[in-house]
Design a protein around this ligand. Structure first.
Ligand code: ATP
Length: 234
């Protein structure tokens, strides 16, 4: 579904991603795991079109989308949930969701996508009239994921959904991500915890210094394998 082939991305002259490749197949939950500064967010921003790679290719459903503008990439079916839970704090939960479908004219379909998004996130249904800024961190994380679903994406990229959340809330968010996968969504999730990657992903890529140092099916990897690749031990 999404293929990233040996991309290189720099900030000015400083390389952040150095020949990184990975893929996600239809209906998979793939996790990119790695330490701070490994290049995970840079990779996600590059796929979403906010940054342009100096080398390499990005394909969605076999079509080259490298270097396209963010709006075009969103339109082609990639929905990006950046790190940091960017909700519109003055708008209600319902308005925050509808903004995700703002450009669409097919109102009946928007309505059904809205209902579908809310069905995954019962807490948002209870908070519909509440301003986004009044939600807890976990609720805001659910809101930004729900909003990303409103465009009926082919692939959803979620950057560090667990950042700053209590473990029990992280579990809840991952329960929802796995449910989305079970019902056919294709997801790439960035994570810092190898343990959480093993628990939740179908396949894992460990990224370190802008490169993939290990990849494999979660079922075939151990905590030890992941930690070695993560910390760069031999
Ligand atoms: P984190 O978990 O901290 O978000 P990450 O794996 O997502 O880490 P990136 O944020 O992609 O890593 O950063 C990769 C490298 O690029 C790091 O060395 C970082 O310092 C550098 N970098 C990130 N953003 C910028 C920027 N705007 N300008 C210059 N360098 C940057």
């Amino acid at each position: 579904m999404l293929e990233v082939e040996t991309i290189e991305v720099s900030y000015g002259r400083i390389p952040a991603v150095r020949g990184l490749s990975f893929r996600v197949d239809k209906g998979e939950l793939v996790t990119i795991v790695g330490p701070n500064g490994a290049g995970k967010s840079t990779t996600m921003m590059t796929i979403a079109g906010a940054l342009t790679p100096t080398r390499g290719l990005i394909r969605l459903g076999g079509v080259d989308i490298t270097g396209k503008r963010p709006e075009e990439i969103a339109r082609l079916g990639i929905s990006f949930v950046p790190e940091g839970r960017h909700v519109f704090s003055q708008l209600t939960v319902g308005e925050n969701l509808l903004i995700g479908a703002d450009m669409r004219r097919d109102r009946a379909a928007v309505r059904s996508d809205y209902d579908r998004a809310l069905a995954y996130f019962p807490i948002l249904k209870e908070r519909l009239e509440m301003p986004g800024g009044k939600l807890s961190g976990g609720e805001q994380q659910q809101l930004v994921i729900a909003r990303a679903l409103m465009t009926r994406p082919k692939v959803v990229l979620v950057d560090e959904p667990s950042l700053g959340l209590a473990p029990i809330i992280v579990d809840l968010v991952y329960d929802i991500l796995r449910k989305l996968r079970d019902e056919g969504s294709t997801l790439v999730v960035v994570e810092q915890s190898t343990h959480r990657a093993l628990e939740n992903a179908d396949r894992i890529y460990v990224v370190r210094n802008g490169q993939v140092t290990l990849e494999g099916a979660s079922a075939k990897l151990t905590d030890k394998d992941l930690e070695n690749a993560y910390f760069g031990f031999e």
